[in-house]
Design a protein around this ligand. Structure first.
Ligand SMILES: *Cc1c(COP(=O)(O)O)cnc(C)c1O
Length: 473
């Protein structure tokens, strides 16, 4: 057996690694400087790995070959980009921190085409004169929601801000105390009101708000009445709220527009896909709200965007607000939005084409079968220190859509034979892969909810797990 210190010196030199065929390929792709840096880093990491044993672990095992080190360097270069794909096995479909909705194939194609070629973004091809950006989605949104007119901005937060600023600047905006929402990421209704320049007039109480509360608050300074969908919570028990239809009547009588912020909103009745009902945008329009706002990347399943649909005259005023220009969407997203909305014209095939709806409507039986199929391959790759079981679990929809409604699902549950810290170490190492795997820890087990693992992604998932072993001493 080699002496430990000598063993540490057996690690190959940078120049030796650079001379391998693998490293030559890296130089071709990433350049000599970046490749050399990555090899140095890989060798440094290996020394750190073997140092606690004074090199005796290395003396017992085969020393990493120059090719092995080049392989580690390749993985380091792969992980340089921090905004890279991950596996979302956390059990939340519309995970805000993981980018919410995945785009449909048609939307991706449209976005790529808009990146690659000039597009008639603000150009009327019929007349050869200047056109309007919103025209690409206006008629689709009118058709899908029944509203007179529509516009699109950066996200729903921007949509709410723009409506408030257009109609309640230096005026009053009336809202129920039961609907003063905070959405993750610092979207708080009172703060948005303040930044929009509106005086917030709170009415009612946390649990009960009545028609008279709104009527008493309306006056000559009122610019807007708000109805806000309590996306991420429910008030239960001794409660009262004024429905959108009745509130629209009250606002109309005072000559003030009602804005209904639906949050997620949905363009289709989700109960047709086995989910709980969420108010549709069409219903909100029919109930009489003059303006309805909703997100593009929640249940709608498109890119980040905020839609405002409603009365033509009001949308016209919004479009004349200089802030609109600051909040508009670019051509790439607009192309993806148009393609996504187009899918809604064919509701029969929506669930197979829209990844969000496909993930949400997968049955627990189907996911359970997938978990059984992957269990042993996973156990093999995770190693003997853990047991892998198939367990029942519940997925969340996420992004504040249907907060109390969970979906029966199945997960691979990983438990350590030894200490809990082994599990934390495993979870951390899986987050460091070139395509990280994100799960959740519950009751001392690491859970991988497979609802969001597309069948087509299974080989990539298993390959990612194998990569972990490649860097093990
Ligand atoms: C999510 C949500 C918003 C913010 O929408 P983003 O698209 O995330 O900006 C605003 N209001 C409600 C009710 C929401 O649920």
């Amino acid at each position: 057996m080699a002496d430990p210190q000598t063993a540490l010196r057996q690690l190959p030199a940078v120049t030796t690694v650079l001379a391998t065929r693998e490293a030559e390929a890296l130089v071709e792709r990433h350049g000599r400087q970046a490749t050399t840096d990555a090899i140095r880093k890989a060798l440094h990491d290996l020394r750190q790995t073997y140092l606690p044993s004074g090199g005796s672990a290395l003396a017992r095992e085969r020393a990493p070959s120059p090719s092995d080190v080049a392989g580690s360097a390749a993985r380091l270069l792969d992980t340089l980009s921090t905004l890279r794909p991950v596996f979302n096995l956390a059990g939340t479909v519309l995970h805000t921190n993981l980018g919410r909705a995945l785009l449909a194939h048609a939307a991706i194609e449209a976005a790529v085409a808009a990146m690659r070629h000039p597009v008639a973004l603000e150009y009327d091809l019929d007349t050869g004169t200047r056109g309007e950006r919103d025209d690409h989605v206006r008629s689709l949104l009118r058709e899908l929601t029944g509203a007179e007119d529509a516009t699109v901005v950066n996200n729903n937060a921007a949509a709410v801000l723009l409506c408030l600023n257009t109609f309640a600047l230096r005026r009053e905006a009336v809202v129920s105390r039961g609907e003063l929402i905070e959405i993750g990421g610092a979207f708080r209704m009172p703060d948005i009101m303040a930044r929009a320049g509106a005086d917030m007039i709170e009415v009612g109480t946390t649990n009960r708000t009545h028609a008279a509360d709104y009527r008493n608050a309306l006056n000559a300074r009122t610019g807007l009445v708000l109805k806000v969908h309590t996306s991420n919570y429910r008030i239960q028990g001794f409660t009262a709220e004024v429905g959108a239809r009745e509130l629209a009547g009250i606002a109309d009588a005072a000559g003030v527009p009602l804005m209904n912020d639906l949050g997620s909103g949905s363009l289709v009745d989700l109960s047709m896909h086995g989910l709980a009902r969420e108010p549709t945008v069409r219903e909100a329009v029919q109930e009489g709200a003059r303006l309805v706002t909703f997100s593009g990347d929640k249940l709608l399943g498109g890119p980040q965007a905020g839609f405002i649909v409603g009365d033509r005259a009001l949308i016209g005023e919004i479009n004349r607000n200089p802030l609109k220009r600051a909040l508009r969407v670019d051509k790439v997203r607009l192309a993806a939005i148009e393609a996504t909305l187009n899918l809604y014209r064919d509701p029969d095939r929506l669930a197979s084409r829209l990844p969000t709806l496909r993930a949400l409507s997968r049955t627990s039986g189907e996911i359970h079968a997938q978990a059984l199929r992957l269990r042993s391959a996973m156990a093999e790759r995770i190693g003997d220190a853990f047991t892998v079981e198939v367990v029942d679990c519940f997925s969340q929809i996420g992004s504040g859509a249907l907060p109390l409604d969970t979906l029966a699902s199945a997960a691979l549950s990983i438990r350590p034979h030894g200490s809990q810290s082994a599990l934390d170490g495993l979870a951390a190492s899986l987050r460091r892969l070139s395509r990280p795997i994100v799960g959740r820890v519950a009751d001392g087990a690491l859970l991988f909810d497979l609802r969001c693992l597309d069948d087509a992604d299974e080989p990539a998932f298993l390959a990612a797990l194998s990569e972990r072993n490649a860097d093990r001493p």
